[in-house]
Design a protein around this ligand. Structure first.
Ligand SMILES: CC(O)(O)CCCCCNCCCN
Ligand SMILES: [Zn+2]
Length: 669
C-alpha cells in the first residue's frame, strides 16, 4: 500500500496584506518550497496524489461554533479595513479575502487524507496545507490558524469510521492549545505536544501549556505537555522524550489512528523555535510512530518558517512514510539538563495514569519541585557559546544525506526446497566456507559440526551478509541449523572490518558465545527470562524479564526504554537480530521489534532463526518488506514490578556509559 500526498496550490493564494511583524513569517512560499522539494527529490511522483477538497460546514462545526463560522464566512466580502478590524479580535493571526477558501481546503485536505488511510486506499500520508490549524479554538482564530485541521480530522475519524482511540502527536514547536482544549476531557483522543515554553515566557504564554496540565475529568492522563524551558534542543532531547515518554504511553494507549500535527518549526534554523534538531530527525520520529495503529498515520503540516529546513524536514518525513530507510544519526549526545527535568516532571505528572511510567517500587519517586527547576534552569546547561550567539537564520547545518533504497529490500536464506514469501529474493550459494571460518567454528562447535547439515546454510548466509555490505540488499532473514553458530560466522566476518559496529539483539535465553567482547565492535542486548551467567558490561546488556519474551508489556518496556536508546547512541552499521531457540517471544512483539529495529543502520537488519521456527518466517519477512507490524493487544497489561525493577536497575547502571538512557534530571540526584 502506498503513501498519499494531498496538496493544492490554491492554498498558496492568500498572504498578509498589511504590516504585522508577528505574522510576516507565515508566507505562501512555505507551501511552494515544500512541494517543489518533494518534486525535485522524486518523492511526489512516488506518492498517491489525493485531491484537496473544501470541508463542508458540518465538518467545520465538528469543532467550531456556528457564530465563529458565520463570522469567518463573511471575510471574503470584507474590505481591507474590515479584514483588519475582524483580525484585531484574535491574536497573532491575519485574515485575507481568500483565507476562508484556503482554510476550508486545509480542513478538507486533512479529511481526504483521513479517508484515504481509513479506507485502506493508502497506508499513510501527508497533507501539505496552509493555514495551519492547531492553535485555532472553538470560537477563535489564533497563531496563523483559522480552523483546527487535525482536531476536525480526529472527530471526523471517530464519527465516520468509529475509531475508538486516536493519538495526536504534535511535534510543532508551539503548543497546540486549540487541540488541547478540544480533547482535554476526552479519553478517546490522546494529545501529545512538546513546545517551546521558557516557563510561560514564550507564545502563547499559557499556564495550561505546562506539564501539569494532564487533561480533565475522564480525559485526565490523555493530555501530555512537554515544555521546553530552553532553546537549542537537539536530536537527543527529542529522541529521549520519544523513548522515555511518548512511545511507552502510545503503545499502552494502542491507538487505531495516528494523526501528526507536523510542524517543522522545531527544526534547526527556524526563527520561531530556535532549536537545533536536524531535519533528518523527522525521518526517525516518523519511523518510530509507523508501527502504531497498524501503520495508519496521517501527517498534516502545521508550522515551519525557515524556507531551507522546512522543505528538508518535509522530504525526510515523506520519504520515511514511503518506506525508505532513515539516515543514521551520528554523535547523539546526552539530553540536556533542562530537557531531562521537563521529561521527569511530565513522567511524574502522568505516572498515576500510565502503568508504563510506574516507578519500580522503592526507587525514589522523584518530585522535582518546579521551584527547583526554575533555580536549576541555569547550571548544567549547554555551554557551546558559538550557537547561542548565532541567530536561528544564521545557523548552518549539513544537507541531509541521500537515503538510497537498495535494489533488493529483503533476501532470505531458507532450508533446502522452501519457496521464499512473495517479494523476497532467495539466496543459496554453493561456495565452501572460508577455511579460517571453519577452523574458528571447530574451536567452538566441535560436536554440532559432526552433523553435516549444520554448515549447510552458512555459505549462503555469508553471501547474504556480503550483499548487504555492498548495499545490494537492505535486510535479510536466514533460517539456520544453529543460530549461535550462524551468529559467530556473521560476527567473525563483519568483525574483520576496522570500524564495524554490530548491534546484536538476542531474543531468548542461551549462551551468546564469546563474541560479546568488550572492544565495542558489538553491542549485545539479550532479552530473556533467564539469569545469564555473563556479567553486564558496557557492551553486553542482559535484560532479565520474569516472563521472558512472552510478556508483551515487559518486552516493550525493555525495547523502548533500553534497547532503542542504546541502539541509537551506538549507531551500528548492522543489526543482527537473533531469535534464540525456544525464545517464546509472542508474535506481535516480535514484529514490533523487527519493525522498529529498521530505524538503525539504514535498515540493514539481519534476522537469524533456527530451523523449526518456520512459522515465523512469513510475518517476519512481511515486516522486513516494510509492512507495518500489527497492533499489540489492547489493553496492554501493566508490566510486572520485577520487570520494571530489572529495566530500571539496568538503566540507572548503564546511563553513565549510555547517556540516552537518562530520563531524570540531575537535580534530584
Ligand atoms: C502553526 C504554528 O504553531 O507554527 C503557528 C505559530 C504562531 C506563532 C505566533 N507568534 C508569532 C510571533 C512572531 N515572532
Ligand atoms: Zn509552530
Amino acid at each position: 500500500m502506498g503513501t498519499a500526498l494531498v496538496y493544492d496550490e490554491e492554498m498558496t493564494k492568500y498572504k498578509l496584506l498589511w504590516v504585522d511583524p508577528a505574522c510576516k513569517i507565515e508566507v505562501p512560499e512555505r507551501l511552494t518550497v515544500s512541494y517543489e522539494a518533494l518534486v525535485k527529490n522524486g518523492l511526489c511522483q512516488r506518492c498517491v496524489s489525493i485531491p484537496a477538497r473544501e470541508a463542508t460546514e458540518a465538518e467545520i462545526l465538528l469543532v467550531h461554533s456556528e457564530e465563529y463560522l458565520e463570522g469567518v464566512k463573511k471575510t471574503p466580502y470584507m474590505t481591507l479595513e474590515d479584514l483588519k478590524e475582524f483580525t484585531l479580535q484574535y491574536g497573532d493571526v491575519y485574515f485575507h479575502p481568500n483565507i476562508y477558501h484556503c482554510a476550508k481546503l486545509a480542513v478538507g485536505s486533512a479529511l481526504q487524507l483521513c479517508d484515504s488511510v481509513m479506507t485502506g486506499k493508502v497506508r499513510n500520508g501527508m497533507a501539505l496545507v496552509r493555514p495551519p490549524g492547531h492553535h485555532s479554538m472553538r470560537s477563535a482564530a489564533s497563531g496563523f490558524c483559522v480552523f483546527n485541521n487535525v482536531a476536525i480530522a480526529a472527530r471526523y475519524a471517530k464519527q465516520k469510521y468509529g475509531v475508538k482511540r486516536v493519538l495526536i502527536v504534535d511535534w510543532d514547536v508551539h503548543h497546540g492549545q486549540g487541540v488541547q482544549y478540544c480533547f482535554e476531557d476526552d479519553p478517546s483522543v490522546l494529545y501529545f505536544s512538546w513546545h517551546r515554553y521558557e516557563h510561560q515566557k514564550f507564545w502563547p504564554n499559557l499556564r495550561e501549556s505546562d506539564y501539569d496540565n494532564v487533561g480533565k475529568e475522564d480525559g485526565a492522563g490523555f493530555n501530555i505537555n512537554v515544555p521546553w524551558n530552553k532553546v537549542g534542543m537537539k536530536n537527543s532531547d527529542y529522541l529521549s522524550v520519544f523513548f522515555h515518554l511518548l512511545l511507552p504511553v502510545a503503545y499502552e494507549f494502542c491507538p487505531e489512528l495516528v494523526l501528526v500535527c507536523a510542524g517543522f518549526d522545531s527544526a534547526i534554523g527556524d526563527p520561531e523555535g530556535e532549536m537545533c534538531a536536524s531535519p533528518d530527525i523527522f525521518a526517525h520520529l516518523t519511523h518510530l510512530l509507523m508501527n502504531l495503529a497498524g501503520g495508519k498515520l496521517c501527517a498534516v503540516l502545521e508550522g515551519g518558517y525557515n524556507l531551507t529546513s522546512l522543505p528538508q524536514s518535509v522530504c525526510q518525513t515523506v520519504q520515511t512514510l514511503l518506506g525508505d530507510p532513515p539516515t543514521r544519526l551520528s554523535d547523539l549526545g546526552a539530553p540536556c539538563e533542562s530537557a531531562l527535568e521537563s521529561l521527569q516532571c511530565v513522567r511524574s505528572a502522568h505516572r498515576q495514569y500510565w502503568s508504563c511510567l510506574r516507578q519500580a517500587a522503592g526507587l525514589p519517586d522523584s518530585h522535582v519541585s518546579a521551584k527547583r527547576i526554575r533555580s536549576a534552569g541555569g547550571e548544567g546547561e549547554r555551554t557551546e557559546v558559538g550557537e547561542e550567539e548565532k541567530s536561528a537564520e544564521e545557523q548552518a547545518w549539513p544537507e541531509p544525506p541521500q537515503r538510497v533504497s537498495p535494489p533488493v529490500r529483503c533476501a532470505l536464506v531458507l532450508p533446502g526446497g522452501e519457496a521464499p514469501p512473495d517479494g523476497c529474493e532467495q539466496i543459496s550459494s554453493r561456495e565452501e566456507l572460508h577455511p579460517l571460518m571453519l577452523t574458528k567454528l571447530r574451536e567452538h562447535f566441535q560436536s554440532e559440526l559432526d552433523n553435516c547439515s549444520a554448515l549447510a546454510s552458512l555459505p549462503s548466509l555469508m553471501t547474504l551478509v556480503e550483499k548487504m555490505e555492498k548495499n545490494e540488499i537492505r535486510n535479510g532473514l536466514a533460517v539456520v541449523h544453529s543460530v549461535t553458530m550462524a551468529m559467530m560466522c556473521v560476527l567473525q566476518h563483519v568483525g574483520d572490518a576496522p570500524s564495524s559496529r554490530t548491534l546484536v539483539v538476542c531474543v531468548g535465553g542461551g549462551s551468546v558465545g564469546s563474541h560479546a567482547r568488550e572492544d565495542g565492535k558489538t553491542l549485545t542486548v539479550q532479552i530473556s527470562s533467564e539469569d545469564t551467567e555473563k556479567p553486564t558490561g558496557k557492551f553486553y546488556v542482559p535484560v532479565h524479564l520474569k516472563k521472558g519474551c512472552g510478556d508483551a508489556s515487559g518486552f516493550m518496556q525493555a525495547l523502548l526504554g533500553l534497547l532503542l536508546p542504546l541502539g541509537y547512541q551506538y549507531n551500528p552499521d548492522l543489526v543482527l537480530l537473533v531469535q534464540m531457540p525456544n525464545a517464546g517471544v509472542c508474535g506481535g512483539v516480535w514484529q514490533q521489534l523487527v519493525g522498529v529495529l529498521q530505524g538503525f543502520a539504514q535498515g540493514h537488519v539481519l534476522v537469524l532463526m533456527q530451523e523449526g521456527e518456520q512459522a515465523r518466517v512469513g510475518p517476519t519477512a512481511s515486516t522486513l518488506l516494510g509492512d507495518p507490524a500489527p497492533p499489540l493487544e489492547h489493553p496492554l497489561q501493566a508490566p510486572l514490578p520485577e520487570d520494571v525493577e530489572a529495566v530500571e536497575t539496568l538503566r540507572s547502571r548503564l546511563q553513565s556509559d549510555w547517556s540516552l538512557l537518562q530520563n531524570t534530571g540531575e537535580s534530584t540526584a
